[in-house]
Design a protein around this ligand. Structure first.
Ligand code: NAD
Length: 253
């Protein structure tokens, strides 16, 4: 097992990409802390992990709240005494509210930034304190190709936040490399998760997105698991500050 003995916190793990990663981390031998605002779905993930004979806990967490993140980290350290992996996955996309800059309200900008950039920062800030004490760890931040290429002109706040997350990853990678704390980014493509329901409700739109992808299909939640395990595990011991695309080739065309 590639994550044996590891303690992993996965934010936004109640559904979509985060749930798949939490369940896979557990299958790879990690004990997982499922952190999400959605208690119902988060608890279901924990039940599935436990039913498979692995260790998991749900901690209701709003990553944009300092107190909530403090509680998450204190609970994880209280349960396990360490944090080996922080998988910063929780994010929001506010379709219909996230707009070109001149139309974008400050409320929407703040709402997106609070979850998509402040949230991963708060989680990292607190996890790093523990990782420094224990002598290392791995932080994986889930960004987006909108943050790398600016390819979604209407999604101003989402794209800017995801670009900021890549910058945050790189500065943390440089700052903590000598402390054996690594930080990397995953750039998913167009994945078939609840976040994209607004896009794929119409079959014609779904087909339009699918047909643009060189590998010929939308990504599934399971498609992200391999790169997530690699970056969380010691197999990636010489990788820090990187951005790893997992997108069916869509950024090649
Ligand atoms: N789906 C895609 O095509 C795609 C593409 C690129 C990047 N991403 C990124 O991948 C990550 C996961 O995406 P997904 O498609 O699984 O999304 P999703 O909407 O299906 O799931 C997101 C999860 O995050 C949780 N969450 C939202 N706000 C939170 C908060 N404040 N605190 C804690 N949890 C919170 C939600 O409850 C949900 O369980 C996101 O960061 C997203 O931006 C997704």
């Amino acid at each position: 097992m590639r994550l044996a003995q590891k303690i992993a916190i996965i934010t936004g793990a109640a559904r979509g990409l985060g749930a798949a990663v939490a369940e896979r981390f557990a299958r790879e031998g990690a004990s997982v802390v499922v952190a999400d605002t959605d208690e119902t779905l988060g608890t279901e993930v924990v039940c599935r992990v436990r039913a498979a004979g692995r260790e998991a806990y749900f901690v209701k967490t709003d990553i944009s709240s300092k107190d909530s993140v403090n509680n998450l980290m204190d609970t994880a350290v209280g349960l396990f005494g360490r944090i080996d992996v922080l998988y910063n996955n929780a994010g929001i996309l506010l379709d219909g509210r996230d707009l070109p800059a001149h139309e974008l309200s400050l409320e929407t900008w703040d709402a997106v930034m609070n979850v998509n950039l402040r949230g991963p920062f708060l989680c990292a800030k607190h996890a790093i304190k523990q990782m420094l004490k224990q002598g290392g760890g791995s932080i994986v931040n889930v960004s987006s190709r909108t943050g790398l290429f600016g390819c979604a002109p209407k999604l101003t706040a989402y794209s800017a936040g995801k670009a900021g997350l890549i910058g945050l990853t790189r500065v943390m990678a440089a700052a903590y490399a000598r402390s054996n704390i690594r930080a990397n980014t995953i750039i998913p493509g167009t994945m078939d998760t609840p976040m994209n329901r607004y896009l794929f409700a119409e079959s014609a739109t779904r087909e339009r997105y699918r047909s643009r992808i060189p590998l010929g299909r939308l990504g599934s939640a399971g498609d992200i698991e391999g790169i997530a395990v690699f970056l969380a595990s010691d197999e990636s011991a010489y990788c820090t500050g990187g951005a790893y695309v997992c997108d069916g080739g869509v950024t090649t065309v």
